[in-house]
Write a protein of this length. Sequence first.
Length: 247
Amino acid sequence: MTYCLAVKVNRGLVFASDSRTNAGVDYVATYSKMRRYCWPGERVCVLLTSGSLATSQAVMNAINRDLQDPDAVFNLRSGKQLYEVAQYIGKLSQEEQQRHAKAMEKSGSSAESNFIFGGQIAGQPPEIFHVYPQGNFISASDDTPYLQIGENKYGKPILDRIIAKTTSLEDAARCAMVSLDSTIRSNISVGPPVELAMLQTDNIDEPFHSTYTLNSPMYKSMQKQWTQGLKRAFNRLPRFDWEKPER
């Protein structure tokens, strides 16, 4: 399992992901779920993955193959619109799943993967898309300017309360970090390191990228202050009518 999210605000895009791919009693594995592609001044893209690691890796390998092949019919750089690239990623995912469909059916396993794809092409607005295992996709809206894949329920409440299209890019990034941390605290299948990427609107360059472990000073401080802040807010909640005021 995993948890990845992307946020779209007026000032840009935020992408965040965990790195856990397996969480058993005696075996924990990690693998980066984030890939960044940039051609300065032309376009910048970020891809997040969840679900079958084999399918996700195969899709990323196919993306790299097509980028290196001058005779490729389509690749990340040839799409004139980002939604065309989202269609391309969905097509690659479908092809990989169909290639192993019979074997996966016999074993009772799933080859499905979900993807979040986003970025900006010069002269166009930044966008984010959720590409489903079936190959179709949706984009974020003004009312819900974020997308999630994987174990999303624990990290959703703070996004609903904080994120709006007018939220600053930095606040959106902090909110994404808290959303991930809330999920990590509640679900063993989601775990660090946590990756964060930020793309500023109309800055078609390498995105800011950082990786945080549980021991990273910023991550530890965020955890501590968020927990303390929640406890303070909880202690200030209204008392029930039958409670006696403390003297």
